[in-house]
Write a protein that binds this ligand. Structure first.
Ligand code: GLA
Length: 396
C-alpha cells in the first residue's frame, strides 16, 4: 500500500483533541508532539562512539493533557484504548502493566532523578501515526513526547541534550533495550529540511541542510516486525564491546582498519566481522554526510549500498524481507530515479530507506511494492516523507 502523508499532522492533532474532550469532558491544557526518525546511514554504531545521520520524519507521537489536581497520571493511548494506565506520581515508578506505558514510567523516573518530584497529577490522551515495530523508533518518540509533556506541566525546559539522555535511560531501564543515543537525539534535535549528524562520542548534534530538494525520501515498511528486546540487539552490542577490548582501545573512533587487521588473529571470525562493520560504517557515515550536503548523490548511493551489505553480511541484522525490498530499489537503479537504498534502524525486519528523484518517486514506490509483494506475499506499507522539526508543544 502506498500511503500519502497529506495533512497527517493536522489530522492526528484533530483526532487527539476530539478524543480527549470525549473522554475527559474538557479541552486539553497542553498539547505536545515528538517525531519519529529515519536513519540515512550510520547503523548500529551510535553505541560505538560513531557518527549517525538520521532525520526526524513527518510521523509523530502526540500527547494532550490537563492537570487533574491528584497524585496520579491517568493515561489513555488511542492505539490501545482497552489498556488505560494509571501511574502514581508520589512513589518511585516501576516496570508494570500495561507494558506500553513503561517507557513513560521511565521518563517520569528520569524527572524524579533530577529532583522534579512528585510531579503534578494530570490526565492525558496519547495518539500516534508512527508504525510500530517498523524501525522508525516509535518508542523514542513516545519517550520524548512524554518528557516534553512533563516539561509543559512543570513550566520548565530542561537542556535538550539532557532531555534526550533522560529518554535513553528510560528505554534502558524500563524497556530493557540497551540502545544508543540516535533515536532520542533525532526526536529532540530534528530540524525541518535538515538531517542531523550526531557525533555519538561528544554527544553533539549538528543540523545539516538536506541540500537537494529534487530528492525524495521513501520509507518502505516490510511489515515484518522486529523485537529489539529479544536479545539480538544486546547481543550485537556485546560483540562490539568484546572486539573493542581485544583491540585494547577506549573508543572505536581511535580504531583504524590497520589496527583491526592486526588484531584479527586474536578475534573469532564473527566478532571480527562485527568490528569490521563498525570501522567501515563510521567512515561511510562521515563521507555520506559530506556528499549529501554537497548534493553528490552518486557517492551517497554507493555508500548506502555498502552499508546495507555490511549490515547484512558482517553485522547480520538484516533479514530476507529487508534484502528483497532493498534489491527491488537497487534493480530500478539510477536510470529509474533511485539514488540509494538500504535497511534502516535496528533491523531484524522493519523498514528500508530509499533516496529517489522526486519526479520518479510515485512510480518507484509502486514498483517496489509490487516486487516485494510478489516475492514475499506480504503487502508492504510505503510512503514518502520529509525532514521535520524535533519535539515541540503546539498551540490549541
Ligand atoms: C535502534 C536503537 C538505536 C540504534 C539503532 C541501530 O534504533 O534504538 O540506538 O542503535 O537501533 O542503528
Amino acid at each position: 500500500m502506498i500511503e500519502h502523508d497529506d495533512n497527517s499532522y493536522e489530522k492526528l492533532k484533530k483526532t487527539l483533541v476530539e478524543k480527549f474532550e470525549d473522554h475527559f469532558g474538557t479541552r486539553p491544557f497542553f498539547l505536545v508532539a515528538a517525531p519519529a526518525r529515519v536513519n540515512l546511514i550510520g547503523e548500529h554504531i551510535d553505541y560505538c562512539d560513531g557518527f549517525v545521520l538520521p532525520l526526524a520524519i513527518n510521523r509523530h507521537v502526540m500527547i494532550a493533557a490537563t492537570p487533574n489536581g491528584s497524585e496520579r497520571a491517568n493515561l489513555l493511548s488511542l492505539m490501545l484504548p482497552n489498556q488505560p494506565a494509571t501511574v502514581m506520581l508520589d512513589e518511585p515508578p516501576k516496570v508494570s502493566q500495561p507494558s506500553w506505558a513503561n517507557v513513560i514510567r521511565g521518563v517520569f523516573d528520569g524527572f524524579r532523578n533530577k529532583d522534579f518530584w512528585p510531579l503534578p497529577g494530570f490526565d492525558a490522551v496519547i495518539h500516534s501515526n508512527v508504525p510500530l515495530g517498523a524501525g522508525l523508533s516509535s518508542s523514542a518518540a513516545l519517550e520524548v513526547a512524554a518528557a516534553t509533556m512533563v516539561e509543559s506541566l512543570l513550566g520548565i525546559e530542561i537542556n535538550p541534550k539532557n532531555k534526550a539522555l533522560l529518554c535513553q535511560t528510560a528505554e534502558h531501564k524500563f524497556a530493557g533495550v540497551p540502545c544508543g543515543i540516535m533515536d532520542q537525539f533525532a526526536s529532540v534535535f530534528g530540524k525541518k529540511d535538515h538531517m542531523i549528524l550526531i557525533d555519538c562520542r561528544s554527544e553533539e548534534a549538528q543540523a545539516i541542510p538536506f541540500a537537494d530538494d529534487s530528492v525524495e525520501i521513501i520509507i518502505a515498511d516490510t511489515r515484518v516486525k522486529h523485537a529489539l528486546s529479544d536479545g539480538s540487539y544486546a547481543n550485537r552490542r556485546k560483540h562490539t564491546e568484546i572486539a573493542l577490548s581485544i583491540l585494547g582501545k577506549d573508543s572505536w573512533r581511535d580504531v583504524t582498519m590497520e589496527d583491526l587487521l592486526s588484531a584479527e588473529p586474536n578475534m573469532n571470525e564473527q566478532v571480527f566481522r562485527r568490528a569490521r562493520h563498525v570501522v567501515t560504517e563510521i567512515d561511510r557515515t562521515q563521507r555520506a554526510a559530506m556528499a549529501l550536503a554537497r548534493g553528490k548523490t552518486e557517492t551517497v548511493g554507493q555508500l548506502m549500498a555498502d552499508s546495507h551489505k555490511s549490515l547484512r553480511d558482517d553485522f547480520e541484522v538484516s533479514c530476507k524481507e529487508l534484502d528483497i525490498m532493498v534489491e527491488a530499489a537497487w534493480d530500478i537503479g539510477e536510470a529509474g530515479g533511485v539514488l540509494g537504498s538500504r535497511m534502516t534502524g535496528g533491523g531484524f525486519g522493519g523498514s528500508t530507506v530509499t533516496l529517489a528523484r522526486k519526479d520518479n518517486a510515485e512510480e518507484i514506490m509502486q514498483k517496489m511494492a509490487a516486487t516485494y509483494q510478489a516475492q514475499t506475499g506480504i503487502e508492504p506499507s510505503i510512503f514518502a516523507t520529509t525532514a521535520v522539526d524535533g519535539a515541540h508543544s503546539l498551540g490549541l
